[in-house]
Design a protein around this ligand. Sequence first.
Ligand code: TPP
Ligand code: MG
Length: 628
Amino acid sequence: MTERATQRLTMAQALLAFLKNQYVERDGQEQPFFAGCFGIFGHGNIAGIGQALQQMPEFRYYQARNEQAMVHSAAAYAKTKNRLQTFACTSSVGPGATNMVTGAALATINRLPVLLLPGDIFARRNVAPVLQQLESEHTQDISVNDCFKPVSRYWDRITRPEQLLTALPEAMRVLTSPSETGAVTLALPEDVQTEAYAYPEALFDKRVWHIPRNRPDRSALEQAATWIRNSKRPLIVAGGGVIYAEATDILQQMVEQTGIPVGETMAGKGSLHYASPLNLGAIGATGTFAANRVAKEADLVIGIGTRYSDFTTSSKTAFQHPEVRFININVAGFDAAKHLALPLVGDARVTLEELLALLAGYSVEADYRAQAEQLHSEWDSEVERTYAIRHTPLPSQGELIGAVNELSASDAIMVCAAGSLPGDLHKLWRARHPKNYSLEYGYSCMGYEIAGGLGIKMAAPERDVYVMVGDGSYLMMNSEIVTSIQEHYKIILVLLDNAGFKSIGALSRSLGQDGFGTRYVYPRNDAWPTDAAGMDVQTLPVDLAANARSLGAHVLACKTYEDFVAALKTAQTTDRTTVISIQNDRYVGIPNYEGWWDVPVAEVSEQPSVQEARAEWATMRAQERDFL
Ligand SMILES: Cc1ncc(C[n+]2csc(CCOP(=O)(O)OP(=O)(O)O)c2C)c(N)n1
Ligand SMILES: [Mg+2]
C-alpha cells in the first residue's frame, strides 16, 4: 500500500484550506467560489475557525455586527453574483448560531448559496452544559443547531475531524447546484474545530465545480413549441431564474421574434428593459393593470425561472381563462411541475435558445401584440403620472420612488425587502438592467435591506447601491451601517419614515381592523390607538436620523420633495455610507391594479367592518383556481 501524503491540521484549518481552493466555472469562466468569511466570535468558534482565519489572511475575514445580518449580506452578495460566488459565515454556539436561522431560511427560499458554520456544543460532552447550551433530558445528541435542518438544503454536524472528507464535497455539490442551492449548514462542535488530523493533501487541491446549463427533454420541448403555436394569447412570466441564468438577451430576442408579452415577478423584474414595448411590468398582487389584464385572459402561461409565489399568481386568481395551461422552464423539477405544467427542466438560457429555434416563423396575431403594446404604453403613462404627483405637506412614496429612479445612475442597484415599498417598487420602478431592481421578496425579511445592501455593494463596488428602507425595517436591523463604514463600502440609504407599518396598516384596514398595532405611538389608557385616533396620538421621541449619524453615517435629513432631490444629488458625492431620511404619508398609497392577495379575514367578529371584509374576501376566494 502506498502511503498517502497528508497534512496535519486542525479541523478548522482544514476546512478553510479546502474552501479557499474551491472554484466554479460556467460558460468557460472560472472564479473562486468563496469571497471570504463573515464572522462574530465567541467561545464556540474563536479558538477553532477564529484561529484558522487568523492564520490564513488570504481567506479574508469580515467582522459583522449581527449574525442574521451577515447571512443576509452573504445571500445578497450571491444574488448579485448570479450565485457564482458567496461567503462562509462563522458564529459561536447558542444565540450566535440561532441568530443565523432567519438568514438561512431567507437564503434557502431565494435559492441563494450561503455556507453557515455555527459553533456547536462539545462533542466530548463531559463538561456539559457548556455556556449557552440548551440541554434535552431525552437525548444528548441534540443542540440548537438542529433548528437549521428545515431551513438548510444540506445539514451536517462534524463530530470527528475526518468527517470533513465526506461532508465538504456534499456541501459544495449542493451550494453549486442551480436547482438545489440554498443554505448549507455545517455545525462545528467547539472542541472538534481545534482537534488535529492528518488530512490527505488531495483534499486541498484546487477543485473547479462546473455549473451546468442543463437542457430539457427533447420531446417535451417539441410539445411546448406545438402548444405555443396553437395558443392565441400566450404570456411569459419571467422570474429570477431568467436573471440568474443570464437569459435576458435571449428572452428579449424571443419576445421580439414571437410577440409574446411578458409579466415580471419580484425576482424577475429587470429581465427585460422597462421600455421594451412588450414588457407589461410587474405581474400579480403587486402587478400592473397591463400584466394583470393580459394574465386574466391568457390561454398559455410560459413561466421561466419562477416559483409562482402567491404574489405572482394573485393567490391563484390571476389566470382566469377556462382552458389556461402552463409551460414551465425551470432548473428545479419541483418548480417546473407547478400548476401541472408541461415541464421543461433546464437552464433558462439554453432552453429558450432551443425553444426559439423550434418557433421559427411563429408570431402571435397582430391584434394581440398591438393590444399588449398599447397596455404597455398606458402603464408607462400611469408611472409618469405617479412620479409627477407632488403631495403636501408630506410627499407621497410614489414621487420619492420616482426621484430615486430618475436621479440614480442607470447602472445603479436598488435594494429592498419588506414593507409598503416592495409593492410600490414592483409597480413603479423602471428597471434599466437586470440587476437594477434587487428585491428580496422570497422571505420579505424586515432587516435584510441594509445588510443586503452591504453585500450587494461588496459584489458590485463599481455601482451605486440605493437601499430603500422603511422606519420599521430600519429599527429592526440597522447595525450593518457600521460594517459598511468599517469596510469602506458606501451605500446610499433612503429611509422612508411614516411612523410605523404603512403596509400592514393598510392591510389591517382592508381587513376591517383599522390599523391595529401598526402605528409607532404611545398606548393610551392601556389601549392601542388605531387609525380612528387620527392625529390625536402621542408620537414617540425617536430620531432615526440621529441614530444613523451616531453609527457613523453621513445623514441628510429632508422634509420636502425638493430637499429630497437635492439630497440624492449630494449623496452621490459623499465619501461614506449616507442616509437620506424623509417622512412620508402613511395614508397616501399606490393603488391596487387588478391584483389580489389572499389574506383570510376573521369568520366571526363583532365589527361590521370585519364582516364586510369577510364577505368581499369570500367572493375573491371563490375565484382561486386549482389548475388540475
Ligand atoms: C422580520 C419580519 N417581521 C415581520 C414582517 C411583517 N411585516 C411586513 S411589512 C411590515 C412593516 C414594515 O414597516 P416599515 O419598514 O416601516 O415599512 P412600511 O410598511 O411603513 O412601508 C411588517 C411588520 C416581516 N416582513 N418581516
Ligand atoms: Mg414605516
